[in-house]
Design a protein around this ligand. Structure first.
Ligand SMILES: Cc1ncc(COP(=O)(O)O)c(C=O)c1O
Length: 366
């Protein structure tokens, strides 16, 4: 095993996840949100499988191009972008953009003329485990106005787009979003602007310490809502990150120290923390599962912390996490389902710790 800590990704599971999602939503185009795991081998594998790519920055566009991805299958999905970034993306061949403000729309019209556009609206969905709040998305009524404006500006209207928040546990969220997208579609049809696709975003959950609904259940709700609410021939685009890669990774870490604090709580300090891969433990949103070689020993509640001198570098102090009472410095700890939003989040050198290293196993090509 490479030096601890490190993330090991199983490429075979990435392929299996892609195919399972394709089977659950056979008519939807699958667009991988690169930010979830910008690993070259994963991008090449998904490109071979026929995926599209949601890119958030010039860095992700360049990464995908370097892996042989045709810019024609990329969508610059980040609604926050400078004019210069749009121009660079356009020069690289990207012809699809998402937006949620008139300002950004005008920048797209000027610097990426004639491109396809999707308008992100804020769906009235229940909150997810790692919610976006109101950071993104215009009001649904505003989306109609903005897509009409897009059409006037000579852009190609694709349709409405929503994201119900990452790790969304309630399948009804997509039904609500599709209902609202259908109303936008109808209002545009009245103005003779046909919607060709509805982007239902990411947010598809995976099971961590708590079980999440499976892809088949979600697929049934989404397919039923689309078939009953959207006009025939409207494509679906699904934009998953976590659901394609989350359960494909295991972090191999090590116990650095164990102590009993003055308040009597047992603290376990690992060589991985909030700043070198475990960013999604912020607010204890994501409850990862831990495995050790001593799991047959008696278990007791612990606080789990990272290795830096930062007071916020604590993974769990409210979530109930049990680890063996015999655990000691030098023991290895495996943190499961850590394939999404881990390595790419790690800081370059906070407290002098290097970013989390990534290793892949399994076959890139079948
Ligand atoms: C624009 C966009 N699309 C898709 C995703 C993927 O979301 P998830 O990993 O929840 O599927 C994200 C995540 O932040 C996003 O910002």
């Amino acid at each position: 095993m490479p030096e601890s800590p490190c993330l090991v990704i199983d490429l075979n599971r990435v392929r299996a996840n892609y195919r399972a999602l394709h089977a659950a939503l056979p008519t939807a185009r699958i667009r991988f949100a690169v930010k979830a795991s910008p690993v070259p081998e994963i991008i090449r594998l998904l490109n071979d499988e026929g995926a599209e790519f949601d890119v958030a920055s010039i860095g992700e566009i360049e990464l995908c191009i370097a892996q042989g991805v045709d810019p024609a299958v990329m969508c610059y999905g980040n609604p926050i972008k400078k004019a210069s970034q749009i121009a660079t993306a356009y020069a690289a061949g990207v012809r699809r953009y998402a937006f949620d403000t008139e300002d950004d729309l005008e920048r797209i019209a000027e610097h990426a003329p004639g491109s396809e556009v999707e308008c992100r609206f804020l769906a009235s969905a229940p909150a997810s485990q790692t919610p976006f709040g109101t950071k993104f998305g215009c009001a649904p009524g505003e989306a109609v106005h903005l897509l009409v404006r897009a059409n006037d500006l000579g852009l190609k209207v694709v349709g409405p787009y929503f994201h119900v928040g990452s790790q969304q546990l309630d399948p009804i969220a997509w039904k609500i979003g599709i209902e609202q997208a259908a109303a936008i579609t109808e209002a545009l049809a009245v103005k003779d602007i046909p919607v060709t696709a509805v982007n239902i975003g990411g947010g598809l959950p995976i099971s961590y310490a708590d079980a999440a609904p499976g892809i088949d259940e979600l697929g049934t709700v989404i397919a039923h809502a689309a078939a009953t609410l959207l006009p025939e021939h409207t494509h679906l685009v699904v934009e998953p990150g976590r659901a394609l890669v989350g359960n494909t990774g295991v972090i191999h870490a090590e116990v650095v120290n164990v102590r009993t604090a003055p308040d009597g709580r047992r603290w376990v300090y690992l060589d991985i923390g909030r700043y070198n891969g475990m960013a999604e433990t912020e607010n204890e949103y994501i409850a990862y599962r831990f495995q050790t070689d001593r799991d047959a020993d008696p278990m007791d509640e612990v606080v789990i912390a990272g290795p830096t001198c930062d007071g916020d570098d604590v993974l769990y102090q409210r979530t109930r996490v049990l680890l063996p009472t015999t655990l000691r410095a030098g023991d290895s700890v495996r943190i499961l389902e850590t394939g999404a939003y881990t390595a790419s989040y790690s800081s370059v050198s906070f407290n002098g710790f290097p970013p989390l290293t990534v290793h892949v196993s399994g076959a890139e090509r079948e």
